[in-house]
Write a protein that binds this ligand. Structure first.
Ligand SMILES: Cc1ncc(COP(=O)(O)OP(=O)(O)O)c(N)n1
Ligand SMILES: Cc1ncsc1CCOP(=O)(O)O
Ligand SMILES: [Mg+2]
Length: 208
């Protein structure tokens, strides 16, 4: 089974660990028109700041038509009416997240370098699978490493395949050619000298 012809493609933007909500909003607003999806990820924020930042991002995402996915915390996503959640191996059960978020929610699973994890994730309700890191990541230098061939192997699962980890506009082309539907990026956009130009370049890597 293949992902449908209307499957999402392009840039899956993840937020940086930004403590100032107004600055986060300004940073995101400058690049959001180039993103297919946005994930709110802040590994340094406490629960109150995460809630406030998701609440601040939601109207911006709605106005831009970009789905907002919450990292790690499906309860927060459900509470605030976000479009979905992303769960890694320590972030709770996909089946519980699917039940709480509903059938239409975007629900992603980190599958690292493991196709079996991806098969189980789809069975448990994931609507996309993420593999990586494909390249050394400035944001997560100790991330597990994945092989590009996994992206093609996962085509049979019939859900969008996301690649993450050290992705630049240049190496994004290799991943798109290897079967990635979306590239998930933090530093390649937010640490770029010209974030909007960088974000645009990721879309171009998919011919968008
Ligand atoms: C799209 C996407 N892929 C992978 C991850 C990593 O999730 P996880 O392994 O839970 O690590 P943290 O992001 O929570 O540090 C992700 N967030 N998004
Ligand atoms: C969350 C995560 N999981 C694997 S690498 C990574 C960070 C991606 O950030 P960057 O695009 O800066 O490498
Ligand atoms: Mg996580």
């Amino acid at each position: 089974m293949n992902a449908s012809p209307s499957a999402p493609r392009g840039l899956y933007l993840l937020t940086p660990d930004e403590p100032e909500t107004a600055h986060l909003l300004a940073q995101v607003a400058a690049v959001l028109p180039h993103a297919t999806w946005l994930q709110y990820r802040n590994k340094r924020a406490d629960a109150a700041l995460r809630r406030a930042q998701v609440q601040a991002l939601l109207p911006l995402c709605r106005a831009t038509g970009v789905p907002l996915i919450v990292n790690d915390d499906w309860r927060l996503a459900a509470d605030l009416g976000a479009d979905g959640a992303h769960l890694g191996e320590d972030d709770g059960a996909l089946i519980d997240a699917r039940a709480a978020l509903g059938a239409d929610a975007i629900l992603g699973a980190s599958c690292y370098d493991d196709i079996t994890l991806a098969q189980r994730a789809v069975e448990a309700g994931a609507s996309y699978v993420a593999f990586g890191a494909f390249f050394p990541s400035p944001t997560k230098p100790d991330a597990r490493v994945a092989r590009k061939s996994l992206l093609r192997d996962a085509e049979v699962l019939g859900v969008p395949r996301v690649a993450i980890g050290g992705i630049t506009p240049e190496n994004a082309r290799q991943l798109a050619a290897a079967g990635a539907d979306l590239v998930a990026v933090i530093s390649g956009v937010f640490a770029a000298r010209h974030p909007a130009a960088a974000a645009h370049a990721y879309r171009a890597a998919f011919g968008l």
